[in-house]
Design a protein around this ligand. Structure first.
Ligand SMILES: C[S@@+](CC[C@H](N)C(=O)[O-])C[C@H]1O[C@@H](n2cnc3c(N)ncnc32)[C@H](O)[C@@H]1O
Length: 299
């Protein structure tokens, strides 16, 4: 990746406004990306306030470290999966933090780089790994998983034609392995009736593959659970989601936390971007921000 990629942070003003309750504290940006939210947080905090940024993608962590260099010791970047956020925070010798942000999914850089295989728009290898060191790829799912597992994966991600798509994949891979995003896209187009609907017929299958390759739901659940003990009384956790499946996990988890006590919902309804933000950044259109606050010291 060169330095020309841009990722516009989504709901940045709202994040700073709703997340910062102690301007001198340490905040964790669990999905650092290029550091857009981290920079917004650093500029909202006092000189004493700090940000610990985490990204699973080593390349992204390296780019973010460059972007955050002007903040000196106020910003620290670590590479890792936020599913292990407890170890990553402890590794920095921190006992408590003043807030945490999860801005889920992948960055515009990931989408725009064909060799990562995330995008329907470009031809690339069937990869989709956020951390290229992981063993599981979209290629292995498409070429090695049995019909039932592929059908189930696509169906739970909301694809009505999961059976037809899975059958067409089985059919095609008998002749030769399916190797590229363009091949998969063509297979899905052939398997599904396409009548010019707004979203491309392969959109849900591509999302399902990315979620499975990166264990995204599992990471999210673990990340939320493991960061809870580190938040100080009055500290807040914010999560930005981009599709209904992950938003449901956050909504239900936050509701459960509030019901159990020690936590209160800051946003009863998710915060959505303004029309103006969506016009300037189309990627923001499906974003939802939910925030919860710790009300008791109890772990
Ligand atoms: C939507 S982008 C974040 C953009 C960032 N907030 C900004 O303003 O530039 C999500 C980032 O989270 C990272 N990511 C996804 N899953 C992760 C995980 N389980 N642990 C750590 N980072 C993760 C991705 O590599 C990506 O850079």
């Amino acid at each position: 990746m060169d330095g020309n990629y841009i990722h516009q942070p989504v709901l940045a003003g709202e994040v700073a406004e709703l997340l910062v309750t102690d301007k001198t504290g340490v905040y964790v940006d669990a999905t650092l990306g290029l550091g857009g939210h981290a920079i917004k947080l650093l500029s909202t905090l006092d000189e004493k306030g700090k940000v610990l940024g985490i990204d699973w993608d080593p390349e992204m962590a390296g780019l973010a470290a460059g972007n955050l260099a002007p903040y000196g010791s106020r910003a620290k970047v670590v590479q890792g999966n936020f599913a292990n956020i407890d170890q990553l925070i402890s590794g920095e010798h921190l006992n408590t933090i003043a807030g945490v942000l999860f801005d889920l999914g992948i960055s515009s850089l990931h989408f725009d780089k064909p060799s990562r295989g995330f995008s329907l728009k470009y031809d690339g290898p069937l990869d989709m790994r956020i951390n290229p060191a992981n063993p599981l790829t979209a290629y292995s799912i498409i070429n090695h998983w049995p019909y039932e597992q592929i059908e189930h994966l696509i169906r739970i991600c909301g694809e009505r034609h999961a059976g037809r798509i899975a059958r067409e994949i089985m059919d095609k891979r008998q002749a030769k392995p399916v190797e590229t995003t363009a091949e998969l896209r063509t297979i899905i187009e052939k398997a599904t009736p396409y009548h010019g609907q707004k979203t491309h017929p392969a959109t849900r299958t591509f999302l399902a593959l990315r979620v499975a390759v990166n264990y995204e739901f599992d990471n999210l659940t673990r990340g939320i659970q493991k960061v809870m003990p580190f938040l100080a009384k009055g500290a807040r956790m914010g999560v930005i989601t981009f599709h209904s499946l992950e938003d449901r996990i956050v909504k239900e988890t936050f509701r459960f936390m509030a019901k159990m006590g020690n936590w209160k919902l800051v946003t009863k309804k998710p915060v959505a971007p303004s029309e103006m933000e969506i016009e300037a950044n189309n990627r923001a259109r499906s974003a939802k921000l939910r925030v919860i606050e710790k009300t008791q010291e109890a772990k």
